[in-house]
Design a protein around this ligand. Structure first.
Ligand code: GLA
Ligand code: ZN
Length: 688
């Protein structure tokens, strides 16, 4: 018995492969044949096929050509290479746009787009929905029992919104359903402001660059609506696939903290989360900060379904769309790929298998360059990843256990960014979340990245940076979490508005008599914003219960707070709020709630969270981790894997971890301190 969760049930090991576009080479059977040989050479065992194949499958309306695809899939099968088969809705044939113009998206300026590009169809278009349903049913009928096919790659990187008449109508229906009456909508949208009261549903339009932008709740609802629209479209795509073979899992490839949709919602429409990761290695000469940021994205993708995810795309060498398209230094490709596995991925996949000869991605990195073979630096680096994955194949399906969760909440982010104040130059929500995350990442402590609707109870510590928007019931759930013994940490600019973007009355956080105010035991009176060049000092005194002391810096935002039942443990030491509390602690029920009233920096956060981990018994794989190393663990009932990654271009020495560890690749016992070479990754394993 073991508790592994194989998210792609047909596959019990790790996947390694790429997006494969054979439709570009149908007149070159020699190349298609060579591809298979090279896939084997580079240790690839999966290909994503058909992502942009609509024109090749349906060259004219209703005329389907599957023979080429049959051959491709059969060849892959004969060579033990599995397939994620795509639905091709990410890009469409010209005949479709020409014959059915309602498939074309209308932008926010109400201009209809011309045919071309990709990822730009209307999600409401009746004709697009009809054509996609036909296509997907045909694909499912023909291939969903094909032994090479292990899952559906649904569309590609869903993104954007459409402002056509169909979408406007759907938006109004969505609002009617949500608010019931115009009277209710006007009240909750605070539309008396600037005389924006609506007297008929037809007056309501999606946000645009001119007009209709002052009602914040409308803008927030539009974003929520767009998430519902894309989820609905995704489910429409999936319905024929599941009707024909309910067993075959579906995935859609996500993108980081993508702005357009709330991924917590979209993730519900699919079986497995996958994502496309393109970190800008070597840009800032600070791989450590970037590694931390990327680690946090991986953790989000894992937490979305609380199970392993897939790294659907990454570049084997360089992209062609970043401002400077840098190659990765030797070893960084393996390190970056293994980082995904370390944070819970069960695959390393690339965009793209073979470079196209023409068009927009002809210079995008690929496993196979225009030279046509894999005896290249990239070919060798890719092969090394494939070989490494084989050696740690047992990691597939293991879980990541986290005692700490950091909240990153989409609706909160949208509302805060749109708020007009207090810092229009940028609230830096994403970076702020990461600055807190880094305190744990630095210590090798696994973190889940959750939203405010997630269950809080599985965690010992929860950090909620700038949780400006609080949904109904969340304050009560925080209170309960702390009462039951949890440690909760919140910051300035928390509990300011409700789910309708209406400010709480009677004192922040949360308003008069709010469970938030009770839990934190403070009242936040006002917030000051600082220019980028400003900083303000605060001090933790010698007897600080956190076990460290000293002066630290505040940047960007600082709040003026008053103690109610909390005690202060750090104070402003200059400026407007000199002498007032900056960090407070409130013992509440069986737990503790800390409030950090100003934006602290990474240096402070690292000390603070190290103290928190110590005080509240958060387990760590190794006591002291040198700067530059990142450690994560994955486990099942029998084994535990420790990933040790060095993101610096210099050796690092790690103290020998306690317990009987062996190198997961070589089986050698780990008896001494571990020297980790520049950009090296080492995986060790112990049996429980
Ligand atoms: C995205 C797309 C791919 C490709 C890559 C290039 O992730 O999904 O089709 O364009 O970017 O990096
Ligand atoms: Zn539309």
């Amino acid at each position: 018995m073991n508790n592994k969760k194989h998210v792609i049930p047909k596959i019990k090991g790790l996947l390694h492969g790429a997006d494969y576009n054979p439709e570009q080479w149908l007149d070159r059977p020699d190349i298609l044949e060579k591809d298979i040989e090279l896939m084997k050479q580079t240790q690839c065992n999966v290909m994503s096929v058909g992502i942009f194949s609509w024109s090749a499958i349906e060259p004219a309306e209703g005329e389907f050509q599957f023979e080429w695809l049959d051959k491709v899939l059969d060849n892959l099968l004969a060579n033990d290479i599995s397939v994620f088969l795509a639905t091709p809705s990410g890009a469409r044939p010209a005949w479709l746009s020409q014959r059915y113009p309602d498939v074309l998206r209308v932008n926010s300026s109400r201009v209809k787009q011309l045919h071309g590009e990709r990822h730009n169809h209307c999600y409401s278009s009746p004709n697009y929905r009809k054509k996609v349903a036909i296509m997907n049913a045909k694909l499912a009928e023909r291939y969903s029992q094909h032994p090479a096919v292990i899952g559906w790659h649904v569309s590609n990187e869903y993104g954007g919104d459409c402002h056509c008449d169909y979408c406007q109508e759907e938006f109004r229906l969505w609002l009617k359903n949500k608010y019931g009456s115009l009277e209710n909508l006007n009240k909750l949208w605070w539309s008396a402001f600037w005389s924006h009261t609506y007297t008929s549903w037809e007056q309501i339009e999606s946000p645009s660059p001119i007009g209709e932008n002052s009602v914040h709740a409308l803008k927030l609802d539009w974003k929520r609506f767009c998430t519902d629209r894309v989820s609905n479209f995704c489910e429409h795509e999936i319905a024929p696939l599941k009707r024909i073979n309910p067993e075959l899992p579906t995935t859609a490839n996500f993108m980081e903290y993508f702005y357009d949709y709330n991924y917590w919602e979209l993730a519900k429409s699919i079986d497995v989360v996958s994502w496309d990761s393109y970190p800008l290695w070597h840009r800032d000469n600070d791989e450590v900060a970037l590694a931390c940021y990327t680690g946090m994205y991986h953790d989000l993708m894992r937490t979305l379904k609380n199970q392993p995810f897939l790294l659907m795309e990454s570049t084997p060498s360089q992209t062609n769309w970043q401002p400077i398209t840098k190659l990765k230094k030797d070893g960084v490709h393996l390190l970056s790929s293994l980082q995904a596995i370390a944070h819970g991925s069960d695959s390393v996949q690339y965009f793209q298998w073979r470079k196209s000869r023409g068009s927009v991605e002809k210079f995008h990195g690929a496993v196979i360059d225009h030279v046509g073979h894999a005896d290249t630096r990239t070919g060798r680096e890719v092969t090394a990843v494939g070989e490494y994955l084989k050696q740690i194949n047992d990691v597939a399906g293991t879980a990541t256990k986290a005692e700490v969760a950091i909240i990153f909440d989409w609706e909160n982010r949208w509302a805060m960014d749109d708020a007009s104040g207090p810092r229009n130059e940028g609230m830096q929500y994403e970076q702020t979340v990461c600055d807190h995350y880094r305190g744990f990442w630095r210590q090798g402590i696994n973190c889940d990245i959750i939203e405010q609707l997630c269950d809080f109870m599985p965690y010992k510590v929860i950090v909620a940076p700038m949780l400006y928007l609080i949904k109904p019931g969340v304050a009560e759930r925080f209170e309960e979490f702390v009462k039951q013994g949890g440690t909760l940490i919140a910051t300035y600019w928390s509990g300011i508005v409700d789910q309708n973007d209406l400010c709480f009355l009677g004192g922040f956080p949360g308003g008069a008599n709010s469970p938030l105010r009770r839990t934190f035991g403070i009242w936040a009176e006002e917030i000051d914003s600082l220019y980028d060049h400003e900083s303000v000092k605060f001090e933790l005194e010698n007897d600080s219960e956190l076990g460290f002391s000293g002066e630290f810096n505040i940047k960007h935002l600082m709040e003026h707070i008053h103690l109610e039942s909390a005690e202060a443990i750090a104070y402003y030491r200059e400026n407007l709020f000199d002498g007032c509390p900056v960090i407070t602690k409130n013992e509440f029920g069986n737990g503790v709630a800390y409030y950090i009233a100003a934006r602290t920096d990474v240096e402070f956060n690292e000390s603070f969270y190290s103290s928190i981990a110590e005080k509240y018994g958060i387990s760590k794989p190794v006591e002291n981790i040198p700067e530059g190393l990142s450690l994560t663990t994955r486990e099942d009932e029998q084994s535990r894997y420790l990933f040790i990654m060095n993101f610096l271009n210099e050796n690092r020495e790690l103290e020998c971890p306690l317990g009987d560890w062996v190198n997961a690749c070589t089986g050698d016992e780990v008896k001494n301190n571990i020297v980790v070479a520049p950009y090296q990754v080492i995986v060790i394993k112990n049996n429980k």
